[in-house]
Design a protein around this ligand. Structure first.
Ligand code: ZN
Length: 424
């Protein structure tokens, strides 16, 4: 089975679960990930102060509906978990039409889609429904019931550390707080789980720290508990929205020219992707790039948040993500990781004029032919390997994929034309 298909199957298994920023949905999600990778589950008690925030009370929901006084169900949480606004307080009473309308959300422009709404930090309740069902709400009074609890408990997050040869770390953070939505963000959850699995089975230069946590409050909580460890982060990615058909988008860190910004830009250049400048809005990069931390953490998505019609609606379902897109995202993350692992400076051992590559079996082109990428890469690596330029520098200047330059450097080392620079 292809890796894309395996990632997709994990997305499918996670899709029915009703998740939020706290509660059993996140725990069940982490438990399913644990069948793939040995992550640790951390529980941080409600009320814990985390910088300017507090870990909220835990939310769990068992059922919810709106019905007529005759008992006809007009909206039922059992049909789709997006029907209830996330973090709705419990309700069980009869309400007027006007009151219900103040708590009923639809998308008039997209009458067949259910919107995704939450109210984490303001006490409220609400239902979300397809606009085409709106005409069913023609009664004076309704019975509304939300069988939920909002009570002291904890915030759950998952963490897996894959040690490396150095104490420098590469952070990969993914939000796990959305209910039945495919691209946002089961795609990110599943892709990073498989990246973690791949990195766990090989030796690495960096330690890889994977965190699966609720958006905003999860990254704030993690940073609050790991202030010292955060200093070890040399590269970081917030990974989300990785299963749709859109082109890749890399959002730069606050620093704009951190190594991760260059590594990611180089990796997506050959895939027709786009680089977005930093802005203090978006996902959890907002916290990692807050001025007190200013970490080298960028964000990798396919379509960015809010940039596709299905975003935060029931149309972001299992048909909106594909095994092929998931697999390409997985390959891209591993390409960025490989570049971070193998970026180093080399020295050309025969720098006076070009060494004769044909004699060494490295150069096969006939005169006049367009040079294949591989041979062009040999020339670039030889030319710029003066101890001052790293492979990443060469990738940027040559516009060649890092992976091709890396293979060229290995061939040249084998042919004794190149050596790793002293101090690398
Ligand atoms: Zn979202």
């Amino acid at each position: 089975m292809s890796i894309g298909r395996r990632i997709y199957e994990l997305v499918e298994s996670l899709y029915p679960i009703c998740r939020s920023i706290t509660g059993d949905g996140v725990r069940r999600t982490l438990a399913l990930l644990r069948e793939q990778i040995p992550l640790d589950v951390h529980e941080v008690p409600s009320g814990t102060a985390v910088f300017d925030w507090h870990v909220p009370r835990e939310w769990n929901i068992r059922g919810a509906h709106v019905e007529t006084l005759d008992g006809e169900r007009l909206v039922d949480f059992a049909d789709h978990n997006l029907h209830v606004m996330g973090y709705s307080v419990p309700v069980d009473r009869i309400v007027s039409h006007d009151e219900l309308m103040r708590h009923l959300h639809t998308l008039p422009q997209r009458p067949d889609w259910i919107p995704y709404r939450t109210s984490y930090y303001t006490e409220d309740w609400g239902f979300c429904t397809r606009h085409r069902d709106f005409e069913r709400f023609r009664y004076e009074r309704y019975r509304v019931r939300i069988d939920a609890t909002l009570a002291p408990g904890s915030l759950s997050y998952g963490e897996l550390f894959v040690p490396g040869r150095t104490d420098r770390e590469f952070l990969i953070f993914t939000h796990v707080c959305h209910p039945s939505l495919g691209n946002d963000n089961l795609s990110g959850v599943a892709v990073t789980a498989f990246v973690a699995k791949a990195l766990s089975s090989r030796p690495n230069r960096y330690g890889y720290r994977f965190v699966w946590a609720p958006g905003t409050i999860g990254s704030i909580t993690w940073l609050s508990l790991n202030r010292d460890r955060a200093r070890r982060i040399e590269h970081g990615l917030v990974a989300a929205l990785l299963g749709d058909a859109g082109p890749f988008h890399y959002k730069q860190s606050r620093r704009r020219n951190a190594d991760i910004d260059r590594l990611a830009a180089s990796a997506i250049a050959s895939r027709g992707g786009h680089v977005l400048p930093f802005e203090p809005y978006g996902y959890d990069e907002r916290q990692f790039c807050s001025p007190g931390f200013d970490l080298p953490v960028g964000r990798l998505t396919r379509s960015p948040n809010g940039a596709y019609a299905e975003y935060h609606t029931s149309a972001d379902d299992l048909s909106f993500v594909s095994p092929d897109a998931l697999e390409r995202s997985y390959d891209l993350v591993l390409d960025i990781v490989d570049a971070a692992e193998h970026d180093r400076r080399y020295v050309n051992l025969a720098p006076h004029c070009e060494p004769q590559l044909g004699r060494r079996g490295l150069y096969r082109s006939k005169g006049g032919e367009t040079l294949p990428e591989r041979e062009l890469a040999l020339l670039w690596v030889l030319n710029l390997s003066d101890g001052g330029h790293s492979l990443l520098d060469i990738a940027e200047r040559s516009q060649l994929p890092f992976s091709v330059l890396r293979r060229a450097s290995e061939e040249l080392v084998e042919a004794r034309l190149l050596a790793v620079s002293a101090g690398e």
